[in-house]
Design a protein around this ligand. Structure first.
Ligand code: SAM
Length: 260
C-alpha cells in the first residue's frame, strides 16, 4: 500500500519534527496532549489514534498514559514506517500497533475501543459526519472521542487570506467549522460534547515558530530541507499568522462521550 506521492514524505517529516519535536507532526508537545486528555483516564484502555503520523504521540498514549493497547492508523507509508520503528525502538510493540489504512471507514470491529483519539489529523478528512458516525460505532458504551484539530471559523467560502493559506499548505485540507463538528457529533449520538478554541494559544506559538525559522534556528531547518523550501515555509507561516490573528483559522480541542 505504498504511496506514490505522500504528502508527509521523509523530508517533510524531518522538517515538522525539527519544528515540533521528535515524533510530533503537530504543535504543542506533551503539554498539549496532557491538556487534551485532561480528566480522561487511558489506564488499561484500548485506544485508537487516528492519523498517528510518525508515532511520538501514539507511543506516549501507552508509555505515559498507561493505555493497555493502542492502534495507530494512518494513510501514508513513510509516517507508518517511521512510527513502527519508533514503537520497536521503545520496546512497546506488544501494546502499540501501527496500521496503514485506506481513507474512509476505519476497518475495526464495532465497540472495540474505549477511546478514539486524534491529534490534528481530522483536518485531512473532509466528511466530518461519517467520521463521527464511525468513531461512535467503534466505541464501547461510555467511551470518549477526544481530539485536537484545525478548524475554520465558518462554513462559507474562505476569505481570500484563508484561501491563500490553505493553498500554500497543499495538504488536502478539508476544514470545517466548530458548528459543523458539534452537529456531526450530536447527530452521531455523542453526549457531553465540549469544544474549546485553541486559536489564541496557537497564535502565540506560531509567532515563535516563525521567529525560529527566520532567526537562530534557520540553519537547522535549512539543513533538513534546503534554503528555498525554508523560504516557502516562512511564507506559509506568514500567511497562516494572518488567519490566526483574524480568528478564521481556529484550532480546537473537542470531545464527546458515547452514552453508557
Ligand atoms: C499533521 S499530521 C499529525 C500526526 C500526529 N497525529 C501528530 O500530531 O504528530 C496529520 C496526519 O494525518 C494523516 N492522515 C491524512 N489523511 C488521513 C486519513 N484519512 N485517515 C487517517 N490519517 C490521515 C497524515 O498522513 C498525517 O500523518
Amino acid at each position: 500500500m505504498a504511496d506514490t506521492n505522500p504528502h508527509y514524505d521523509p523530508t517533510f517529516i524531518a522538517f515538522l519534527e525539527e519544528m515540533w519535536g521528535t515524533g510530533y507532526l503537530s504543535p504543542g508537545g506533551p503539554e498539549e496532549i496532557q491538556r487534551l486528555l485532561d480528566g480522561i483516564s487511558l489506564a488499561g484502555k484500548t485506544v485508537l489514534d487516528i492519523g498517528c503520523g510518525s508515532g511520538g504521540i501514539t507511543l506516549s498514549l501507552a508509555r505515559d498514559y498507561g493505555a493497555g493497547r493502542v492502534i495507530g492508523i494512518d494513510v501514508e507509508e513513510p509516517v507508518c514506517a517511521t512510527a513502527r520503528q519508533r514503537v520497536a525502538d521503545a520496546g512497546l510493540a506488544d501494546r502499540v500497533e501501527i496500521r496503514q489504512v485506506a481513507p474512509g471507514s476505519i476497518p475495526l470491529p464495532d465497540g472495540l475501543l474505549d477511546i478514539v483519539f486524534s491529534k490534528d489529523s481530522i483536518v485531512h478528512i473532509p466528511d466530518k459526519e461519517s467520521l463521527a458516525q464511525d468513531a461512535f460505532r467503534l466505541l464501547a458504551p461510555g467511551g470518549w472521542f477526544v481530539a485536537s484539530d484545525w478548524l475554520i471559523a465558518h462554513d462559507g467560502e474562505p476569505s481570500p487570506e484563508m484561501a491563500d493559506y490553505i493553498r500554500r499548505e497543499d495538504l488536502d485540507f478539508g476544514m470545517a467549522s466548530p458548528t459543523r463538528y458539534c452537529r456531526a457529533l450530536e447527530a452521531a449520538g455523542f453526549v457531553d460534547i465540549i469544544l474549546s478554541n485553541r486559536n489564541r494559544w496557537y497564535l502565540g506559538v506560531a509567532q515563535q515558530e516563525l521567529a525560529r525559522m527566520q532567526g537562530v534556528d534557520r540553519p537547522r531547518f535549512e539543513a533538513v530541507m534546503g534554503g528555498e523550501a525554508v523560504e516557502e515555509q516562512i511564507a506559509l507561516w506568514q500567511a497562516m499568522l494572518i488567519v490566526l490573528e483574524s480568528g478564521e483559522h481556529c484550532p480546537h480541542h473537542f470531545r464527546g462521550r458515547k452514552p453508557a
